[in-house]
Each structure stands twice: as structure tokens, then as C-alpha cells.
Design a binder for this molecule. Structure first.
Ligand code: MG
Ligand code: ZN
Length: 223
């Protein structure tokens, strides 16, 4: 064999981990909590964000990085809701990595922000592979996607700290087995915390907001 084969992805991932660690340090210095929000297109990432912004904006300064292949509809929505927003166009790339997140955080400006959400590009595959330096990884499984998703995309469930089961109000229509979805997710990750929610009705958001408040209190103890 007279040619080399380089595992480029592996190398990129190593570089990514170094940058992710530097993002994490910058966030810690500023007392800012970063949440990486992931899920399929249509799972309700932006609708969930709008609910969380409404629940938390009186107590905390919130920033949002909206990653999308194109368009700025989501950045407009979260900015209208009261968050400081930056739209990131990934130029066709299907996930966010730590370098892109660093650029986004710099554009957003961390000073004064307690909480930043990164709305990742919609898919359940590669966003799970890239550590962006977030303190929490929060993924959404929406009921219409089916209770078998943890079997098909195990890495997403393995790396996530929080699993939101969104559109829970539609569970009877879609014949969604909540217990089966949870036990399949826990088979990937026994520690995953599960929150059934409905961004449409607002159900479940008190518990989720309480969980985020606890994480925020740890990051920035109130005087
Ligand atoms: Mg969105
Ligand atoms: Zn990708």
C-alpha cells in the first residue's frame, strides 16, 4: 500500500473536544449555563424554547443561538419572546460543532447572560457526536416520531442528560407507549431524566423549568 488513509473525522473530533473544553471554561468564567437542544425537524425545539423563555425570563437573562441551514424565522421568534438571539447559518452542515458554537457565543456576547440555549440543527444523528461545550444536553423526542426512536438513534439518547417527550397531549392518537420509550432510552442511558411536555398546552413545563433553575443555581449561586 503506497498511500495513507487518514481517519479525518476522528482527528476533527479530537480538535473539537479541545475547543469544547475551551467553550466550557469561558462559560464557567462568565457564570453562564449552556444547553445544547437537539431533536428532529418538527420535534418542537423552537416551541419548547418559547415556553422556557416565558417561564424563566423574569429571573434570568437568556440568550439563544439558532442554528439552521438557512432562514432566520426561529431567531425572530425567540427574539420577539424576549431572548437575545443570534442566527447561525451552517451552510448546509447538518450539526453544530464546538468551533461554530464558539463563534456564536462570541457574537452573542456572554456578559450578563445566565443561560444560553443552542438550538442545534434538526436531526438525531451527528449533533449527538459533537461536544459543543454545553453543560446540559437536552433532546426532544416528539410523540409522532414514535416510541422506538431510542432503538434507532441510541447515541442521541446515550449522550443526553434530559429527554423531553414533547406533544405528549397527542400520545393516544399516535398510539405512543410512553413507558416503552422511557425504558428504551434508559437502556441507552440509565441516568437520563425524562420530562413529558406539551409545548402546545404548556403541560410539564413547571417541572422542566424547576430542573433548569436548579442547574442555574449551581452555576451561579445567588448572593
Ligand atoms: Mg426550530
Ligand atoms: Zn452533521
Amino acid at each position: 500500500m503506497n498511500y495513507k488513509i487518514l481517519d479525518v473525522k476522528e482527528q476533527l473530533l479530537e480538535e473539537n473536544d479541545i475547543l469544547a473544553a475551551s467553550n466550557r471554561k469561558a462559560l464557567q468564567r462568565n457564570g453562564t449555563l449552556l444547553i445544547n437542544l437537539m431533536g428532529s425537524p418538527g420535534a418542537g425545539k423552537t416551541s419548547v424554547l418559547l415556553r422556557l423563555i416565558a417561564a424563566l425570563k423574569e429571573e434570568y437573562k437568556i440568550g439563544v443561538l439558532e442554528a439552521d441551514v438557512d432562514s432566520d424565522v426561529d431567531a425572530k421568534a425567540v427574539s420577539d419572546a424576549g431572548a437575545k438571539a443570534v442566527q447561525l447559518h451552517t451552510g448546509g452542515l447538518c450539526h453544530m460543532d464546538a468551533a461554530m458554537t464558539a463563534q456564536g457565543l462570541e457574537a452573542l456576547g456572554l456578559a450578563g447572560l445566565d443561560l444560553v440555549f443552542l438550538e442545534n440543527v434538526g436531526n438525531l444523528v451527528c449533533p449527538a457526536e459533537f461536544d459543543v461545550g454545553a453543560d446540559l444536553r437536552m433532546m426532544i423526542l416528539s410523540v409522532p416520531e414514535g416510541d422506538d426512536k431510542p432503538l434507532k438513534y441510541p447515541l442521541m439518547f446515550t449522550v443526553s442528560d434530559l429527554m423531553l417527550v414533547n406533544k405528549i397531549d397527542t400520545a393516544p392518537i399516535f398510539d405512543f407507549d410512553f413507558e416503552a420509550a422511557v425504558s428504551r432510552a434508559r437502556a441507552c442511558n440509565p441516568k437520563i431524566r425524562v420530562f413529558p411536555v406539551s409545548a402546545k398546552t404548556g403541560a410539564g413545563f413547571e417541572d422542566l423549568a424547576a430542573c433548569l433553575r436548579a442547574a442555574l443555581a449551581e452555576r451561579r449561586p445567588k448572593p
